[in-house]
Write a protein that binds this ligand. Structure first.
Ligand SMILES: Nc1ncnc2c1ncn2[C@@H]1O[C@H](COP(=O)(O)OP(=O)(O)O)[C@@H](O)[C@H]1O
Ligand SMILES: [Mg+2]
Length: 247
């Protein structure tokens, strides 16, 4: 593991009681108040749309020095945006390994931020570049390309931040990505991943943080609202479809 905790030093917070976005998002407010600990090599952030998962993952990526547009540490691909407000504020308590990881030159820093919306463009942009992957992803399906990229990027223990990487993946491909994450977690790397996938969230030994109106709290896979909805839907789709067809 590399980071034990993310927090916002008091002196970085705006004075006064009014907290501008994103500090008014409940999970970010809780991060500002008490910090977020990372207890396992693999941490999933789950929660409804708009609950603040992307805001957190992006800020963590920026604060660690990973390119927030999706890419390897220290390199910019899609466009050169200034750091987000939150990315400037977040600090980490690191492990010894994490401290060493961060001292090295930015370009040598192993890690990866994958944002679902930009990953495809990123893949095309780096296709054929040395040091990435040998396969030509332009001749693969979206999902195959993703898995190739994951497998290649996951070779080294670094800090991996991901935002809904399941977007392009089939059931089987999700299982393979889950397996990759599990192996990577065991290798000394650290992963923080926002997901809606009950498959990814079921990664053995992973920590799950449920984000929402309440802020954030640790949860067990079997207690997640996400899992409950899927379970019920698969068992009796009619119960949900009634709302679609009635009227
Ligand atoms: N640039 C922005 N300015 C103001 N509000 C934003 C901005 N980006 C996102 N938000 C709001 O912040 C909240 C959290 O968004 P986000 O982190 O994208 O949620 P999630 O990834 O969990 O779906 C949402 O209410 C969203 O509308
Ligand atoms: Mg999001």
């Amino acid at each position: 593991m590399l980071a034990r905790r993310a927090y916002i030093p008091d002196e970085s917070l705006p004075r006064g009681s009014r907290r501008p976005w994103p500090l008014d998002v409940p999970c970010v407010a809780q991060l500002a108040d008490e910090g977020m600990t990372f207890e396992r090599p693999v941490t999933f952030l789950v929660g409804e749309n708009g609950s603040g998962k992307s805001t957190l993952v992006e800020a963590f990526a920026e604060a660690w020095g990973l390119d927030a547009q999706g890419g390897r540490a220290g390199r910019k691909y899609v466009n050169d945006r200034p750091k987000s407000v939150l990315g400037e504020m977040v600090q980490f308590d690191t492990t010894t390994l994490g401290a060493r990881h961060r001292i090295g030159p930015r370009t040598k820093r192993k890690g990866y931020f994958l944002r679902a919306e930009t990953a495809f463009g990123f893949m095309n942009a780096v296709s054929g570049m040395r040091g990435y992957w040998d396969e030509d992803t332009s001749e693969m399906s979206h999902g195959e390309g993703f898995l190739t990229v994951f497998a290649a990027m996951f070779r080294e223990p670094g800090f991996y931040l991901m935002d809904e990487p399941e977007a392009a993946l089939s059931f089987q491909s999700c299982l393979r990505l889950m397996h990759l994450m599990y192996e990577l977690g065991k290798s000394g790397a650290q992963i923080i991943c926002a997901t809606h996938s009950p498959i990814l969230a079921s990664t053995p030994d992973a920590d799950i943080i449920e984000v929402g109106e309440h802020g954030f709290r640790r949860s067990k896979w079997e207690d997640l609202a996400l899992v409950d909805h899927w379970r019920r839907y698969m068992a009796t789709p009619e119960a949900y479809l009634r709302y679609v067809t009635e009227e």
